[in-house]
Design a protein around this ligand. Structure first.
Ligand code: AMP
Ligand code: MN
Ligand code: MN
Ligand code: MN
Length: 272
């Protein structure tokens, strides 16, 4: 059992990094990567103290953009001290804080004062993101659920969806590769692209030096995995898998993916 896409409280997950690692080990995961959004602080905090039966691989889920579209690239197995990677993460940290201020400003104009302080309190020192604003909006009584917060204020095309200048897809892939890591195009079907656009994205990702496509993310819908395997083969890429676990939810994925059904010669795990 492998899991190369998970989140802890160092970004928008519910479990502390050590709780996450312990849970994964208990549930039979043998190789794990903690891939918080735009931070490796959680990984660094547990890297030297993982359970014996589990191998922890360095990881991060980097925000970037391809044209105007926001894309996530998972980096795996990099040197966490590589200077260019550290500089890249500092830049993302600043970008997230700038964006948080803008989101708060929009929410304040929609009669929700104190949004920045509120969201930062929810984040408890973790990398700030929209889910923290959503949680705060529920706690402050502005919306009945986080889903509604996204639907009305934070989701695609809503006031709190700030158009951002993230680093480009190309520089993101180059930074991961430069730090000795493997670059994975995360959840390709979440970008809601036409097949033609998705093929162009995959081509750009592969041309930049990208290594793999995440063919399993959480609980795939019927047909998703076949679509993604076609992309893998068309662009001569490898595959990665992950639960994208954030917290326990009724219908959400559990930690760990059984990779027994994935043919030899494709998994990124063979290279890590
Ligand atoms: P951010 O990285 O700050 O842009 O926030 C994106 C994160 O918000 C994703 O990684 C998900 O964890 C979460 N998210 C995105 N859309 C929704 C939604 N509709 N409802 C709840 N959480 C969401
Ligand atoms: Mn998330
Ligand atoms: Mn993502
Ligand atoms: Mn994720």
């Amino acid at each position: 059992m492998i899991d190369f896409h998970t989140h802890s409280a160092a970004s928008d997950g519910a479990l502390s990094p050590s709780e996450l690692v312990d849970r994964a080990a208990r549930e039979g995961v043998t190789r794990l990567s903690l891939t918080d959004h735009d931070t490796i602080a959680g990984y660094l905090s547990v890297a030297s103290a993982v359970p014996e039966n589990l191998e922890l691989i360095s990881g991060v889920e980097l925000s970037c953009q391809w044209g105007r579209v926001g894309i996530h690239v998972v980096g795996l197995g990099f040197d966490p001290r590589a200077p260019a990677l550290t500089a890249h993460l500092e830049r993302l940290n600043q970008a997230r804080m700038d964006r948080a201020e803008k989101i708060a400003h929009k929410l304040e104009r929609a009669d929700m004062p104190g949004a920045l302080a509120g969201a930062l309190a929810v984040a408890e020192g973790g990398q700030i993101g929209r889910p923290h604003f959503a949680r705060w909006m529920v706690l402050a009584g502005h919306v009945e659920s986080e889903a509604v917060a996204f639907k009305r204020f934070l989701g695609r095309g809503k006031p709190g969806d700030i158009s951002m200048l993230w680093p480009t897809l190309e520089e993101t892939v180059v930074t991961i590769r430069g730090a000795g890591g493997i670059a994975v195009l995360a959840h390709p079907l979440d970008y809601k692209m036409t097949a033609t656009r998705l093929r162009a994205l995959t081509r750009a990702f592969a041309d930049a030096g990208g290594d793999a496509i995440e063919v399993i993310n959480g609980r795939p819908r019927p047909g998703d995995t076949d679509t993604l395997w076609r992309l893998v083969k068309e662009h001569d890429l490898r595959v990665s898998v992950g639960s994208d676990f954030h917290r326990d939810t009724t219908y959400g994925a559990r930690l760990g993916i059984d990779t027994a059904h994935i043919p030899e010669g494709f998994g990124v795990w063979e290279r890590l």
